[in-house]
Design a binder for this molecule. Structure first.
Ligand SMILES: *Cc1c(COP(=O)(O)O)cnc(C)c1O
Length: 381
């Protein structure tokens, strides 16, 4: 058989053909009116996806670079912060802060468990000197979406700022930055933004910018003030990833033409179909508050989880993601994120069914697909 590659992971995600083609043009110089025009259109489009009136800065890095930028521009050595750690990416906020000498109070949440705004209120009461709360919109390691709106309400009444990693969630699930009171929002290009890896985005509220003015942590390449000053001149401080910016303009055109509300609904339908599919063959979800970005599925008893992922990727070329430590071999993740359509869900579930039957799991072949089809058919427009 011809082995066709199916990218079904929560980042990188598939890129639309016309967006791929946009990178095949000759490179234009970045200090030109032509590039500035494209760049400003991109920053305007990003403001739409972020749901903000504030500037959105474009960094040449993966998403983690924007996370680091958020930390080093708002904090000073010894500042106290609260980090919500419900998985690998929440953990990363803590690691970045610790690397810079920030005093981290880490709140560990079981993977897949929700964390309520009341719990956050209690944490803040117990830690009144908190400068910032670090949270994750969609924890990609567990497929969980957190109550950012609730945290925003809590922090609107506090001195601390709310910093949100929206790298996999923004653009796929609602999180309007200004309306929900998010003070620093971070995003990456290779998830819902439908372009390859390499760009990261972030924006500061005026409450957060007051901290930027006072922050004394060391910074150079990721100094937010430089990005602000240069954005006023319609450019970036250093050479941007020109081709990626041009691709992002194309992809934002698609995002704007569909509209954010429709995109959220699209992800909801794909998420519902995926969940219905895996449940129909007796599998359980890891998360108690699963998002519409990806579905984290528990490996059923008696099945070798590592072999499952290896077979799906190696034999069927269906590139779902495995579980990360400590869930390696115990869980796998099917993404329905960015430029994925209804039939991508069917592809993932077909490969999953074929793999599971090969690994000796007993179920009726075709039932996951049938359940997913029913959801897709009902919702297709
Ligand atoms: C992918 C992801 C990241 C990491 O981004 P990189 O682009 O790999 O640096 C951070 N947080 C979340 C929630 C993610 O999904």
């Amino acid at each position: 058989m011809i082995k066709k590659y199916y990218l079904l992971s929560p980042g990188p995600t598939p890129v639309p053909e016309e967006v791929l083609a946009a990178a095949a043009n000759p490179i234009i110089h970045h200090r030109t009116p032509e590039f500035s025009g494209i760049f400003m259109e991109v920053t305007e489009g990003l403001k739409y996806v972020f749901g903000t009136e504030q500037d959105v800065f474009v960094l040449t890095s993966s998403g983690t670079g924007a996370m680091e930028t958020a930390v080093i521009n708002t904090l000073s050595p010894g500042d106290k912060v609260i980090v919500l750690n419900g998985g690998k990416f929440g953990e990363r906020w803590g690691q970045i802060c610790t690397s810079y000498g920030v005093d981290v109070r880490e709140v560990s949440v079981e993977w897949g468990e929700p964390f309520s705004k009341d719990q956050l209120t209690d944490e803040l009461k117990a830690n009144p000197e908190t400068k910032a709360v670090f949270a994750t919109l969609s924890e990609t390691s567990s497929g969980t979406v957190y109550d950012i709106q609730g945290y925003g309400e809590v922090l609107a009444k506090a001195d601390a700022i709310l910093v949100v990693d929206g790298i996999s969630g923004l653009g796929a699930t609602p999180c309007p930055m200004d309306e929900w009171g998010v003070d620093v929002m971070v995003a990456g290009s290779q998830k819902s933004f439908m372009i390859p890896p390499g760009l990261a985005y972030l924006s500061f509220s005026s409450k957060a910018w007051d901290l930027v003015e006072k922050s004394t942590l060391p910074k150079f390449y990721f100094d937010a003030k430089k990005y602000k000053k240069n954005l006023e001149k319609r450019t970036t401080p250093y050479t941007p990833a020109i081709s990626l910016v041009i691709q992002q303009k194309k992809a934002l055109d698609i995002i704007k033409s569909v509209g954010l509300e429709k995109l959220f609904e699209h992800h909801r339908i794909l998420g519902d179909a995926t969940r219905a599919g895996v449940k129909a063959i007796g599998l359980g979800l890891l998360s108690k508050s699963p998002g519409n970005i990806l579905t984290a599925v528990n490996v059923p008893a008696g099945v070798d989880g590592l072999k499952l992922v290896k077979t799906m990727q190696g034999k069927y070329m269906a590139y779902i993601a495995g579980g990360q430590e400590p869930y390696k071999g115990k869980m796998f993740r099917i993404a329905h994120l960015g430029y994925m359509g209804g039939f991508d869900v069917i592809t993932a579930l077909t490969a999953l069914e074929m793999t599971l039957s090969e690994l000796g799991y007993e179920f009726k072949l075709g039932s996951a697909i049938g359940a997913a089809e029913a959801i897709l058919k009902e919702n297709w427009e």
